[in-house]
Design a protein around this ligand. Structure first.
Ligand code: P53
Length: 501
């Protein structure tokens, strides 16, 4: 069967506010947790910094968005630490130049996130911050100038820090209302500029990371993680309901960190364990957001961890009424699940478990597995039959700038070519895939490690891990390659794979 992308398929790239914008204390913006989080590396965690109740500086290991403070402490920016997100890649001041480059590549869609703390600096302010509203209006108008459709994440790991400190974050039910007010504000403000909205980025990370790093995670931590998730599900559903009243043409997506799990052996124990992984880490969130209710296995998951969830009748009604229109997800890698002792383990950031002997791994330990993307698409489409979007996919790699300034990132081209081909296979097999936005159309600060050298972009940004550089933008080889792929609606990538490249 001929492989092709449907007419009108949306092609583009994706960024997130806290990793790209910088300007962390400009024009009335409030702080978020990445502003108090240091840089790390593949084997060194990032740290959230604080001042404790006696005035001493301290830091705690952070996975970007889950750090919990000791009693009486407050997050703080320390003088002798470096915080890579403070200046990001300065998208805040350079968005016109960047969007022009995206247009040159031929984008029809650009995924970005709105920073809640630019709109409501403390998260629950009475009035929105006009400068924040103006900024995104201008960004969206700039997109439309080139016929680029904005795809907007309402939350990308960036709850205002003030809400974390005063309420303890998402374990507190009151955050639902604050989020819905924020969402309603931006829906009203941008109702004629934005059609596609994603409610929470990689919502499933909260429980998946506990599981990945969680040999020692206590029942209490699971209790908090599931309650946190429940509040986000309800916030997402209520926001969707409010949004549909404001503009019935809005299209809403969830956003799942899509990892394809494989059983390590054909031992039935591994097969079952693997199924349970899918349930806990992937289906748990997708089911609530797509079907409007918890899956049948949820009771088992709660019971295993002695979780008593606080769910009201109104919550249940809202979950049913506020389901998504689109299933959207990120895809970087697959992972192997086994009940057996294994010698060859994967080490890297966010990638644990047994090593898959059939795959190669990136410098950060992420498995290169395009067929895993096809598998994920086919499995999930069959489950929900909703249109799907791959809203993140990319390779974090070290780039070398040649003397003449060019960057020959053939490894990145190879990565995307193979994944685009895998999407075409899934489409040929019946999946209704409607969009592809690569991660980091432009280099930006890594969420996991805070590094710049873990680069994802088709556009190079001259900034290093210590913050030095001109911040100048330079198209890489991948830029010109992707431009041709877009001009042929994906055919170039399909043909290159089929002719053996
Ligand atoms: P970085 C973990 C596993 C897979 C995707 O990640 C993840 C994470 C969390 O870091 O996050 C998504 O920058 C996320 C982006 C992030 C991107 O993947 O750690 O939505 O914010 O930058 C890549 O290499």
């Amino acid at each position: 069967m001929k492989k092709e992308f449907p007419k009108g398929f949306l092609w583009g790239g994706a960024i997130a506010a806290n990793q790209a914008e910088g300007a962390y204390n400009v024009d009335g913006r409030g702080l978020v947790q990445t502003d108090v989080t240091t840089g790390g590396s593949v084997d060194k965690p990032r740290y959230a910094t604080y001042i404790d109740k006696d005035g001493n500086a301290g830091k705690l290991s952070s996975m970007g968005h889950t750090a919990k403070l000791p009693e009486g402490a407050t997050f703080a920016i320390l003088e002798d630490e470096y915080y890579p997100n403070h200046e990001g890649v300065d998208f805040y001041h350079r968005y016109k130049e960047d969007i022009k480059l995206f247009a040159e590549m031929g984008y029809s869609v650009f995924r970005l996130s709105i920073s809640w703390a630019r709109i409501f600096p403390n998260g629950d302010d009475k009035e929105p911050n006009q400068a924040g509203l103006d900024f995104y209006r201008s960004v969206f108008e700039e997109c439309h100038k080139y016929g680029i459709e904005p795809l907007v994440s309402i939350w990308h790991f960036d709850t205002p820090l003030s809400l974390e400190e005063r309420y303890g974050g998402w374990t507190d039910r009151r955050l639902i209302d604050f989020y819905v007010t924020y969402a309603e504000t931006i829906f009203r403000e941008y109702k004629d500029l934005v059609t596609y909205w994603l409610t929470f980025n990689e919502i499933n990370n909260t429980v998946m990371f506990l599981d990945m790093f969680g040999d020692k995670a206590s029942d209490h931590e699971y209790q908090e993680a599931y309650q946190h998730l429940h509040h986000q599900f309800v916030a997402s559903a209520r926001a969707i309901k409010v949004g549909r009243d404001i503009n019935p043409d809005f299209k809403f997506g969830n956003m799942i960190c899509g990892i394809t799990f494989y059983p390590g052996t054909c031992d039935p124990k591994d097969i079952l364990e693997n199924q349970h992984k899918w349930e806990q880490n992937i289906f748990y969130c997708g089911d609530v957001q797509a079907k409007g209710r918890y899956g049948s296995y949820a009771k088992r998951l709660w019971k295993e961890r002695n979780v008593e969830l606080n769910i009201t009748e109104e919550d249940q009604k809202d979950l049913l009424e506020g389901t998504i229109d689109l299933y959207t997800f990120s895809y970087y890698m697959s992972s192997v699940v086994t009940t057996h002792e294994v010698e060859d383990k994967v080490s890297g950031n966010f990638s644990l478990g047994a090593k898959n002997p059939y795959l190669t791994y990136s410098d950060w330990g992420w498995a290169h597995d395009p067929m895993g993307l096809q598998y994920y698409l086919e499995k999930i489409y069959d489950r929900y039959e909703l249109p799907m979007m791959v809203v993140e996919n990319g390779l974090g790699a070290v780039d070398t700038v040649e003397e003449d300034g060019s960057i020959h990132d053939t490894y990145r081209i190879d990565y995307h070519r193979a994944h685009i081909h895998a999407m075409a296979e899934a489409i040929a097999n019946g999946v209704d895939l409607v969009a592809y936005t690569t991660w980091g159309c432009i280099d930006l600060v890594s969420a996991g490690t805070g590094e710049m050298r873990k680069r994802y972009g088709f556009i190079y940004v001259d900034k290093d891990d210590a913050g030095n550089g001109t911040f100048d933008r330079t198209p890489k080889d991948s830029f010109y390659w992707y431009k041709e792929v877009l001009a042929t609606n994906g055919q170039k990538a399909i043909e290159e794979v089929e002719s053996g490249q």
